[in-house]
Write a protein that binds this ligand. Sequence first.
Ligand code: GRF
Length: 217
Amino acid sequence: MARLRVAVLISGRGSNLQALVDACSNPAFPAEIRLVISNEPGAPGLVRAERARIPTRVISHKEFPDRAGFDAALDCALEEAGIELVCLAGFMRMLGDAFVTRWRNRLINIHPSLLPAFKGLKTHERVLAAGVRFTGCTVHFVRPAMDEGPIIVQSAVSVLAGDDPARLAERVLGEEHKAYPLALRLIAEGRVTVTGERVDISGATGPAPSALINPTG
Ligand code: GRF
């Protein structure tokens, strides 16, 4: 069966990119990464892609007078590579409405909280300040508003006494690295349908295959 052609967009470290690369390195995995794009020339994630012999492009937002020009350059690179699904993985630029609409339900993101709670930056600081007992991560389809869109996979993590933002971030990141490949697999297997603004996963019997629970960690 043909594998889903995926691009990953990054701006920095690329540990989620690495998790996706590792999953796709199994020939039985139903998706393959055909292109990695960074808007930051020095992003360490680019080295991860090169090591895995995945084509990379740097498209710096600084080279475009406006967002529309940058988005059009991204779109062009994705089309040229025949990309079917785009994964944002620590990509730190907001994408314009036209781009998001064009890639509707073919563009996914990972966020380090249980959305719709704690959208935006400094997530773990705000989670700790709020005193919630659980946090986690969410993989979702992208909509024009930041960190909004139909939820594909979530993984829950307990907030522990004595946590600081760094410790909590590390445990959530461990879950991100499981949740993102799971979401990609479900999509690539053709099991994900968006109805209204909700995701249905076909072939799901018993506990949702799109919920990971890690109560101790
Ligand atoms: C992750 O925490 C992700 O959820 C958020 O940005 C961070 C990126 O980390 N969107 P990395 O570059 O994948 O290591």
